[in-house]
Structure formats: structure tokens, C-alpha cells
Design a binder for this molecule. Structure first.
Ligand code: PEP
Length: 255
């Protein structure tokens, strides 16, 4: 009923040559895989590679997404990229509210909300990242933090918009650390998020929204995570920078 999504967040890695080689390797690997129709593979390279990779991947089912966007469609915002610009080069997705943007670039919950709405306005599906820090987890505040982040991010997004959104549960303590959440910890958080969606919208809509996990996903731990009923795929950082490991994670979605 809902899509399984494997998205690679390349962050600030890969020049033109390296990005082309990686995208080609992933494309070739997926062609031989006989992937399920409901599986969506997404690459989120640095902005300068988006146009080139959209063209390169246009003949296959892999989609391309930006790593962030500005909340306005155009204007005097030096260095920024807007939703309509991403869409015009062929993007279908954009990551919003990644913890690195929240912490290093001071993106607030309100900013995340504005960006998620701007993405939908530009006919892009936002991949909205939420997740607690280790201190918040140790203080028993996971529910409080996720509730705040999800509710704020979705303000102004109505029934017809939410099913175009993807929620990524990314515990901050698991990103780039090798400390993956256990399948049980991740499932608990995903269930909490789905229950929140049911309370904001309704149960039927909540069942249709893909909730993906991010935080040190590898070929070794992917299958156990994907076996959880509310984990609909992964947002992958480090392991998306090599075709073999990213393909192995894609492969782990298969029965
Ligand atoms: C990420 O940055 O979204 C991420 C999940 O990174 P990693 O897989 O490297 O933990």
C-alpha cells in the first residue's frame, strides 16, 4: 500500500566524475535486480550534480532529490536553491530538516515547516527528517521531541499533501556514528510517528505515509530494520557512497 524507499544522501561528497561513476554503478546494479514496483530508489547528490544526474538517470526508475531548498520560490537569496529550480532540472524529492542542517545551519522547526510546504508547492516530495539527540533519549524525551518536530513540520500540510511526504526518523546519535538504533528502538519510534500522523490526519492516511529510518544503515543491519512493520526503507548516508553497499541495502528490501 505504501512505497518502500531507499534514499542515498551523498552530503558534500562526490565531484562530477565520481558522482557520475557512482550513479552509473547504482543504475547498472538495479537494472539486474527485478525490483518491486512499490520500491523507490532515490539519489540525493550535491546540488551541482543534480541536473547532470537527472539526465543520466532519466531512462531508469531511479529518482533524484536535492539535499535542501529555500522556502521561497525565487529572490535575492545568494547561494540558495529553490523548489521550482530543483523541479526544473528533474528532481522529484528533497530532503528537509536533516539534523546537520538543524544543528550546523540553525534550521528551526518553523523553517523546516516552511521548507516542507515550499517543496510541496513546487511538486517535490519532501523527505522530512526528525529525530532526538542522545541526551533527549537518555532523559526519556523521545516522544516529546518527535511529537514537536512532526507536528511543527506538518503545519499547513493537509490530507492531500501528506501522502506526498516521506518522514525519515533519524536519531541524531545514530547518524554517521556506527551506532544504529536497534530494530526494536526504531520500530517504537516509527510506530509513534505513525500514531501521530493518525491523530493529525486519520488512520487510513497514516497507513499510506512512508516512514523511513536513517542512522548508520549498512548491508549488515538493513534486513532486520526492514523486517519491522512500520519501517518502510532507509535514508542512507555513508553506505550510499559506494555502489556495492548501497545496492546491498536495496537488495535487503527483497524477501
Ligand atoms: C544521514 O546523514 O542521513 C545518515 C543516515 O547518515 P549515515 O547513514 O552515515 O548514518
Amino acid at each position: 500500500m505504501r512505497k518502500t524507499i531507499i534514499a542515498g544522501n551523498w552530503k558534500m561528497n562526490m565531484d562530477l566524475e565520481g558522482g557520475r561513476a557512482l550513479a552509473d554503478g547504482i543504475k547498472m546494479g538495479t537494472l539486474g535486480m527485478d525490483l518491486a514496483a512499490e520500491l523507490r530508489v532515490i539519489l540525493c547528490p550535491p546540488a551541482v550534480l543534480l541536473h547532470d544526474l537527472c539526465n543520466r538517470l532519466s531512462e531508469c526508475s531511479i529518482k533524484v532529490g536535492g539535499q535542501t531548498l529555500h522556502n521561497k520560490p525565487s529572490g535575492a537569496f545568494t547561494g540558495e536553491i529553490s523548489g521550482p529550480m530543483l523541479r526544473s532540472v528533474g528532481c522529484h524529492y528533497v530532503i528537509v530538516g536533516h539534523s546537520e542542517r538543524r544543528t550546523m545551519f540553525a534550521e528551526s522547526d518553523i523553517e523546516v515547516c516552511l521548507k516542507a510546504n515550499a517543496a510541496l508547492d513546487a511538486r517535490l516530495s519532501p523527505i522530512i527528517c526528525v529525530g532526538e539527540t542522545i541526551t533527549e533519549r537518555e532523559e526519556g524525551r523521545v516522544k516529546e521531541v518527535l511529537s514537536r518536530q512532526v507536528r511543527k513540520a506538518l503545519e499547513g500540510i493537509f490530507d492531500f499533501g501528506i501522502t506526498d511526504c516521506v518522514i525519515a526518523y533519524e536519531p541524531v546519535w545514530a547518524i554517521g556514528t556506527g551506532n544504529t538504533a536497534t530494530p526494536e528502538q526504531a520500530q517504537e519510534a516509527h510506530r509513534l510517528i505513525r500514531d501521530l500522523l493518525a491523530s493529525i490526519y486519520n488512520a487510513e492516511i497514516a497507513e499510506r505515509v512512508s516512514i523511513i529510518y536513517g542512522g548508520s544503515v549498512t548491508p549488515q543491519n538493513a534486513r532486520d530494520l526492514f523486517a519491522q512493520p512500520d519501517i518502510d526503507g532507509a535514508l542512507v548516508g555513508g553506505a550510499s557512497l559506494r555502489a556495492d553497499s548501497f545496492l546491498a541495502i536495496i537488495n535487503a528490501t527483497r524477501p
